[in-house]
Design a protein. Structure first.
Length: 277
């Protein structure tokens, strides 16, 4: 084979080699493209998963925020009502109803928002506190009348006077008629619910006389107190309370504490205050 033949053979062989090189280059490019597409898909899938997780986290945070806000608002309204009920006896009669209505209405408006979002345990505690608030709202006017009367009478049992021998500062030994009347009227009111209906009817005029004789309250206050005694509501012992305990307020504050605990359990970082009212 001469040089011309070798040259022709080389030319013939060079064509397949070029084709192979071109095919390999194309194949490599396709593989690179496929790899890039796969990598892109994995990255997109990962981004979607992150977005999904973030979305769930954001949704949970938003829901917890709604619960926290609703619980805090309901608690603030309940606290304001409890404080108001405690303050009513010291207010003028005409000031009591508007103030009580304002705060009782605030509790009624705050509760439905919490009812929509609260989990079961928190909702159960909210209902218990709501019931106590409703009971306070119902009993507060009578409680204010009775407590105001008792406080006025206690202040004039026998305050004592160094200048008046018959007023030694002891109601059992005091000879001042007004102080004696105050002490008798106080005893009547504190024991009123324990009397049977016949005894209450018999002692009604004497109670009226002692209240007026004590000179501790206005004629309007006397009339309000006597009218309340005539009705003698079943909750009278709760309205009176005691020297140390106040069962009506204790139940409300106990329901409040249970609600705060439930809010803390449902929302560990809750803004609901835990301090008593």
């Amino acid at each position: 084979m001469d040089m011309a033949d070798l040259g022709a053979l080389a030319a013939v062989l060079s064509v397949p080699a070029a084709l192979v090189t071109a095919w390999w280059s194309k194949r490599s490019a396709e593989r690179a493209a496929d790899a890039a597409i796969a990598a892109g898909r994995h990255q997109a899938d990962a981004s979607l998963e992150v977005a999904h997780v973030q979305g769930r986290a954001d949704g949970l945070t938003w829901h917890r925020t709604r619960i926290d806000s609703a619980a805090a608002e309901f608690l603030r309204a309940s606290d304001a009502l409890i404080r108001t009920v405690k303050q009513l006896p010291g207010l003028a009669h005409e000031e009591r109803h508007p103030l009580l209505f304002e705060h009782a209405n605030a509790v009624g408006e705050a509760y439905p928002a919490l009812e929509l979002v609260a989990p079961a345990d928190l909702l159960s505690s909210a209902r218990a506190l709501r019931l106590q608030c409703l009971r306070l709202e119902r009993l507060a006017p009578d409680r204010a009348v009775l407590r105001a009367a008792l406080a006025a009478l206690e202040a004039e049992w026998c305050p004592g006077s160094a200048e008046v021998e018959r007023c030694p500062g002891n109601p059992e030994w005091c000879e001042d008629s007004a102080h004696n009347a105050a002490f008798v009227a106080w005893e009547f009111l504190t024991d009123w619910a324990s009397k049977d209906e016949e005894d209450r009817w018999r002692d009604r005029d004497l109670l009226d006389h002692c209240l007026r004789e004590s000179m501790t309250m206005s004629a309007a206050q006397v009339e309000q107190t006597v009218a309340l005694a005539n009705r003698c509501p079943a909750a009278w012992p709760e309205l009176v309370g005691g020297w140390v305990r106040d069962p009506l307020m204790e139940r409300a504050e106990s329901a409040r504490e249970a609600f705060v605990a439930a809010a803390r359990a449902a929302i560990p970082d809750s803004t609901a205050p835990a301090s008593p009212v």
